[in-house]
Write a protein that binds this ligand. Structure first.
Ligand code: ACO
Length: 328
């Protein structure tokens, strides 16, 4: 039996109030509610108000997670923010969150692994706790994808939304916690899903703006195929490492990218529909925020009970893929 080093003691999430429905999108690009629902399962997505930033959303989710954990901000030793839509290149979004929640004794840094970012963050948090370096680590996934979406490109703009989720991890009490985590990457697949402009390769110029280089580019069909393959790979490795059989999983929470991808993964893992948590109809694909948003919602709706084993699985740009088996 695996002895976990760390456990989740609190979760929180935050979504902007403003909602963009599929019918709203019908007025912006050549698409239809029917096409979007049938091909993706998405019905609406939340969009951050212009005056707010990624770290505002992250701080909101963080405060809810800290409260849920029964802690105060000053108890947090380290803040990891998984994001591909930071407030700015530097300082990190994690430093922005730190200032907003008043976690004055914490170290803070960002993690960049696209949609797998939250599970990368959980893996790092577990290692930091396991090594004795820190006691309470706050892991956040927070994204404002709406600001990096090409609203004239119907092949991508229907997919993404904004949101944040967070978890407080601390030393395991020996009975529950992270039984395993698995993270992997393949940088050769980077160009299937990326944001070309704004970095040192293509710094912002009038031309990069004219060419829409500051928005997400994606080869949808190719991403779809790799997503199913990599998520199944991550799930199988995570279950093996955690010494857990898929029959013993009480709930599967995958990255919320597309209903057809989630169905394909569920079928390959031979899990029944009722063991899968889905909220993409409400939020769309929120990249690194997707798993912690779903995890928090599932906990608050009573879908996760004490003793349950939850399998978390993600894939994202990079390519990156990851899993975690958590005993609650
Ligand atoms: N509305 C209406 N028609 C559309 C739209 C739209 N929004 N988008 C594309 N189409 C059309 C295409 O032009 C094409 O038309 P054609 O047959 O006349 O050429 C047709 O619909 C089919 O297009 P496909 O791309 O083959 O559609 P597909 O069934 O593959 O669905 C989708 C597209 C939803 C993007 C799918 O490929 C997918 O989900 N891929 C994975 C994407 C993903 O998960 N990305 C996020 C990764 S996470 C991260 O790291 C950010």
């Amino acid at each position: 039996m695996i002895q976990p080093a760390s456990m989740i003691i609190g979760t929180g999430s935050c979504a902007p109030d403003k909602v963009l429905t599929n019918s709203d999108l019908e007025k912006m690009v050549d698409t239809s509610d029917e096409w979007i629902k049938e091909r993706t399962g998405i019905e609406r997505r939340h969009i951050l108000e212009t005056e707010k930033t990624n770290s505002d959303l992250g701080a909101c989710a963080a405060e809810r997670a800290i409260e849920d954990a029964g802690l105060k901000a000053k108890d947090i030793d380290c803040i990891l923010v998984a994001t591909i839509t930071p407030d700015s290149f530097f300082p990190s979004t994690a430093c922005g969150v730190q200032a907003k929640i008043g976690a004055k004794d914490a170290a803070a840094m960002d993690v960049s692994a696209a949609c797998s970012g939250f599970l990368y963050g959980m893996t790092l948090a577990d290692a930091l706790i396991r090594s004795g370096q820190y006691r309470n680590v706050l892991v956040i996934g927070s994204e404002v994808l709406s600001r990096f979406t090409d609203w004239e490109d119907r092949t991508t703009c229907v997919l993404f939304g904004d949101g944040a989720g967070a978890a407080v991890m601390t030393e395991s009490d020996g009975t529950r916690g992270l039984l395993s985590s698995f993270i992997k990457s393949d940088g050769r697949l980077g160009r299937l899903l990326y944001l070309p402009g704004g970095g040192s390769t293509h710094p912002a110029t009038h031309e990069t703006v004219d060419q829409h280089l500051h928005t997400i580019r994606m080869e949808g069909r190719e991403v779809f195929k790799h997503a199913v393959r990599t998520m199944v790979d991550a799930a199988v490795h995570g279950l093996e490492k955690g010494e857990v059989h898929s029959d013993d999983i009480d709930l599967l929470i995958t990255h919320q990218a597309n209903m057809r991808i989630i169905d394909a993964v569920r079928e390959r893992l031979k899990l029944p529909e009722e063991k899968v948590f889905i909220n993409l109809q409400e939020f769309g694909n929120t990249s690194a925020a997707s798993i912690p948003l779903a995890l928090d919602q599932a906990r608050r709706e009573g879908r996760i009970r004490p003793g349950d084993k939850v399998l978390l699985v993600a894939f994202g740009g990079g390519f990156t893929w990851a899993s975690g088996v958590v005993q609650f």
